[in-house]
Design a protein around this ligand. Sequence first.
Ligand SMILES: [Zn+2]
Length: 130
Amino acid sequence: MAEVDRDTTEAILEERLAELRRTRTAMRRESEGGTSGEVAHLDNHPADEGTETHERELEVTTGIFLDEEERRIDEARRALAAGTYGTCTACGAQIPSARLAAVPEAVRCLDCQRHFEGLHSQHHSLRTES
Ligand SMILES: [Zn+2]
């Protein structure tokens, strides 16, 4: 098994998680300010409503992305704690260290990840319909 610096990896994952939560908090604060601000209602043209709806949809999509990212990081941290980090959870193969350096929250090798995302995107196909 390739050497994985557990402390360093854990610190990287913690940092990514903290960043994720900052993004989420900033997003929430922004959307709250946008809907309750009285100034926004002064020029409430019908055209603006469409833009607002679009922005809200974008926010929901970003929220889903953030949730998934958080779940992946959580999974990687569990693997790290269990000592299985660096090993593909699907096929048991060693995940190349270059991949782990680029994607520290990776818990699958590239082949399994592609397969997993393929199944996953079918699940969420409703989301891309417009
Ligand atoms: Zn695999």
